[in-house]
Write a protein that binds this ligand. Structure first.
Ligand code: CUA
Length: 181
């Protein structure tokens, strides 16, 4: 059987395309640092979150320092705000540290998406969504609820202030000073 040269060339191009497509899929699934949210956050009673009686960080949600390089942020997503995060209560974390967000809901399904990052998870009552990030640069990032959660869904947002590590300690001390004064 005789295969014409043009046909051989097109066969080669088609094979290259297939290999290229497989390569992009492989890179997108493992090379780009993308991972699915798993069930590592565990379960929790939505009623206890509502009444603040979980015996966990959700009873007084906010940033908890684990070490100089690791902070855990407990966030309650509820109709129609993030606690903390919404209004004049932004989440404040240092740059260049591992930040683990633990997010849960006392009422309905919400979304938890941080702009300019790949953090994006559903927040399901009774479950804790656990996602980690490292913010390289100080700045303000938007926080968005991207699951329809009721009449005020479009108003449900917030912000995350990422500050330089040196400033973070200083500002935390200032806040502590106010509390003890
Ligand atoms: Cu909460 Cu939409």
């Amino acid at each position: 059987m005789q295969v014409h040269n043009f046909e051989k060339i097109w066969l080669g191009v088609a094979l290259l395309l297939i290999v290229g497509f497989i390569a992009t899929i492989a890179y997108g699934s493992v090379g780009a640092g993308i991972s699915m949210v798993d069930d590592s956050g565990g379960t929790i009673s939505a009623q206890a979150v509502q009444s603040g009686e979980t015996g966990t960080g959700f009873d007084d949600p906010g940033v908890v320092k684990q070490s100089d390089d690791h902070y855990v942020v407990y966030v309650v997503a509820q109709q129609f705000q993030f606690r903390p995060g919404s209004g004049d209560n932004p989440i404040r974390v240092p740059a260049d540290a591992r930040i683990t967000f633990m997010v849960t809901s006392p009422d309905v399904v919400h979304g938890f998406s941080i702009t300019e990052t790949n953090i994006n998870t559903m927040v399901i009552p009774g479950q804790v969504a656990e996602v980690s990030a490292r913010f390289d640069e100080p700045g303000t990032y938007g926080l968005v609820c991207h699951e329809y959660c009721g009449a005020g869904h479009h108003t449900m947002g917030g912000s995350i202030e990422v500050v330089a590590p040196s400033n973070y300690t200083a500002q935390q001390q200032a806040v502590d000073g106010e509390v003890s004064a």
